[in-house]
Design a protein around this ligand. Structure first.
Ligand SMILES: [Zn+2]
Length: 213
C-alpha cells in the first residue's frame, strides 16, 4: 500500500498522543524506506512492468532484508529494544507495531511477491489485481483513519492540509500517465516523497501542542 500505511500511523497516534506523528510516519514506512535504500545500494531488486495496472507495475524481485516477514519481525524487535532502552516501553511497543504493520498491510494488496522467510514462500492476497477497488479501499481507509484521529482535535487545519496532500499524491500516482523510469530514479523519487510526508507530519504538529484532548 501507499497512503494506507499512514492510516496505521493515524490510529497509533490516537492511541499514544505523545509520540510525534512524524516518527510514526517513519515507523509505518520504515520497511519501504529501507527497501529503496537497499535497491540504490544494489542489495535488493525490484522490476517494472509498465503494461500492468498502476499498482502492479512494481514487482518485488528480491527483497529479503526489508519485506520478508522474518526481516520485518526482526526490524520491529530492534526498534522495540532501541526505544525501550532510550525512551520507554510505550514508545517501544507502539513504534514496533508501526514497523510490523507494514508487512501485513502489504500482504493484503501485493500479488504474491512478499516473502515469509528471507526470499522464500512468497505470499500476497493480491487486492491490487482489482485496481479500482484497491484505490477506493486505500483512500477510504486512509480518510476514515484521518477522521478518527482528528474528530476531537480543536486545531486541525494543518492535519487536513497534510491529509489532502497525501490523497492528491496518491491519486496522481493512480491517474497520471506512466512515465518510463529506472528503478534508481523511482527509488530516489519515493525516498524524497517519504521525506516530504515526514516533514509535513512534523509541520502539522509544530504549533498547537495543546490541541490533544
Ligand atoms: Zn512495502
Amino acid at each position: 500500500m501507499f497512503i494506507g500505511h499512514y492510516a496505521a500511523g493515524f490510529v497509533l497516534k490516537k492511541k499514544s498522543s505523545d509520540i510525534p506523528l512524524w516518527l510514526l510516519f517513519i515507523s509505518v514506512q520504515f520497511v519501504d524506506i529501507l527497501a529503496f535504500i537497499l535497491i540504490l545500494l544494489g542489495i535488493e531488486k525490484i522490476t517494472y512492468n509498465p503494461s500492468s495496472n498502476p499498482f502492479l507495475r512494481t514487482i518485488l524481485e528480491y527483497v529479503p532484508y526489508s519485506h520478508s516477514l522474518s526481516a520485518n519481525a526482526l526490524l520491529s524487535l530492534i526498534v522495540f529494544v532501541i526505544f525501550w532502552k532510550f525512551k520507554n516501553k510505550q514508545w517501544a511497543t507502539v513504534l514496533s507495531i508501526g514497523v510490523l504493520s507494514h508487512w501485513f498491510i502489504d500482504a493484503l494488496v501485493h500479488a504474491a511477491d512478499i516473502p515469509l522467510i528471507h526470499d522464500s514462500f512468497k505470499v500476497g492476497i493480491g487486492l491490487w489485481h482489482l485496481p479500482r477497488a484497491a484505490f477506493l479501499m486505500e483512500l477510504s481507509v486512509f480518510l476514515i483513519a484521518g477522521y478518527y484521529l482528528l474528530w476531537n482535535y480543536r486545531h486541525k487545519m494543518r492535519h487536513i492540509i497534510l491529509i489532502t496532500l497525501l490523497c492528491l499524491g496518491f491519486s496522481s500516482m493512480f491517474f497520471a500517465p506512466q512515465a518510463e523510469a529506472s528503478t534508481e530514479l523511482a527509488s530516489v523519487v519515493s525516498l524524497s516523497l517519504y521525506a516530504l510526508f515526514t516533514l509535513l507530519a512534523y509541520w502539522s504538529e509544530r504549533e498547537f501542542k495543546k490541541q490533544y484532548a
